[in-house]
Design a protein around this ligand. Structure first.
Ligand code: NAP
Length: 286
């Protein structure tokens, strides 16, 4: 890649941000499309509003946003996509005349992963283990696609209830009929449905020696598809889903597709399947 006077900048703001795979994803796409665009990490430790204002003044085309700024950054936007507003978290900023519009491409990335995996949520019993930012996106996705039930279980049950309240409002407004249920993680034995499509949304599994939030064969017998948002392959959750005969997916495709969706928004184009396959090879080779 040659950097010259015409080079446009895209990037990511977060803290920490040095470990991110996003530059590898986006710079590969730019190279393949022959776009004079470079993606760089920006470690923002203090004032995210000042960072967003500075980015606009510097002509930055778009940015991803990661922990801890996904909610805080909303105050600095001139516009926000409806779903990102409902989720309460933005991970992509798209430049317009006056500032940036915020989107949540985590939900779009997860949606595309499920399409590619051939998993439909329509009429299904869906389950979220965890109730942080990523779980919020998964919760809205389940309701958007008319899941029959959405059960949210979390160590801190109040966080599950907060998401449940927000998605119930969405369900009502959109005329959908997903039933939304919450439990404390400790009460997982009370789960009374079968054939769950379960999303593992806790941080457990990031490290190789992590266990799983639930370690109980009887639980996994109720899971027909387990989608782990952790992108590492071989977590205990993934292994336990497979051991019980279910289909298991990692969060890798979600990660790649959330990046692809952001790139498409910044450049108003569609990234081809061939380039997406190349991105997968780049990321898997790291
Ligand atoms: P977050 O907002 O910090 O939420 C963390 C969740 O993990 C909470 O539900 C928390 O429960 C739970 N948790 C943490 N430690 C736990 C423990 N020891 N026992 C039980 N529960 C525990 O994080 P997030 O942004 O939602 O991210 C969650 C995971 O999703 C991360 O690992 C992240 O890498 C992954 N993710 C992947 C993608 C992708 O593209 N594949 C995108 C976004 C996120 P409490 O509420 O009780 O603390």
């Amino acid at each position: 890649m040659t950097v010259n006077g015409e080079t446009r900048i895209i990037g990511i703001i977060g803290n920490p941000v040095r470990h991110t795979m996003s530059p590898a994803i986006h710079n590969y796409i730019s190279e393949q499309l022959n776009k004079n665009m470079i993606y760089v990490p920006f470690e923002v430790t203090g004032d995210v509003a000042a960072a967003v204002k500075g980015a606009f003044e510097l002509g930055i085309v778009g940015m991803n946003v990661t922990v801890p700024w996904k909610s805080e950054v909303i105050k600095s936007l001139v516009d926000i996509d409806d779903m990102a507003k409902r989720i309460g978290a933005v991970n992509t900023l798209v430049r317009n005349e006056n500032g940036y519009k915020g989107y949540n491409t985590d939900i779009l990335g997860l949606e595309r992963e499920l399409i590619e995996e051939g998993v439909s949520l329509e009429g299904e019993n869906t389950l979220l283990v965890g109730a942080g930012g990523a779980a919020r996106a998964a919760a809205f996705l389940c309701c958007k696609h008319n899941a029959k039930t959405l059960t949210i279980i979390n160590r801190t049950v109040e966080k599950a209830e907060a998401i449940a309240n927000d998605v119930r409002e969405y369900v009502k407004e959109m005329g959908k009929d997903t039933e939304v249920i919450t439990y404390s993680l400790a009460d997982y034995k009370k789960l009374d449905k079968d054939n769950y499509i379960a999303f593992q949304c806790t941080k457990i599994g990031l490290k190789e020696d992590d266990g799983a939030a639930i370690e109980d064969d009887d639980f996994y017998k109720k899971v027909k598809v387990g989608v782990d948002l952790i992108y590492r392959e071989g977590t205990k959750f993934q292994l336990d889903v497979k051991k019980a005969g279910g289909k298991s997916c990692t969060g890798m495709k979600m990660l790649i597709f959330q990046g692809v969706c952001a790139y498409e928004l910044w450049n108003e184009l569609t990234v081809s399947d061939e380039i997406i396959s190349g991105v997968c090879e780049v990321v898997n080779g790291r």
